[in-house]
Design a protein. Structure first.
Length: 51
């Protein structure tokens, strides 16, 4: 059975299946915040738990 795709909030990665693992390497705190803020926002908007 095909799972519905979920919004990740990351450019180029929208529409990923539930349970997908994503790894992102970063050099500065600014790099990290540019990725983590939209990712967490998409999760919260989808009523998912974010830790």
């Amino acid at each position: 059975m095909r799972q519905p795709l979920r919004r990740a909030g990351l450019p180029g990665l929208d529409g990923i299946p539930w349970g997908t693992h994503i790894c992102h390497l970063y050099e500065t705190e600014q790099d990290l915040s540019e990725v983590i803020v939209p990712y967490l926002q998409a999760g919260l908007e989808s009523n998912e738990y974010c830790i």
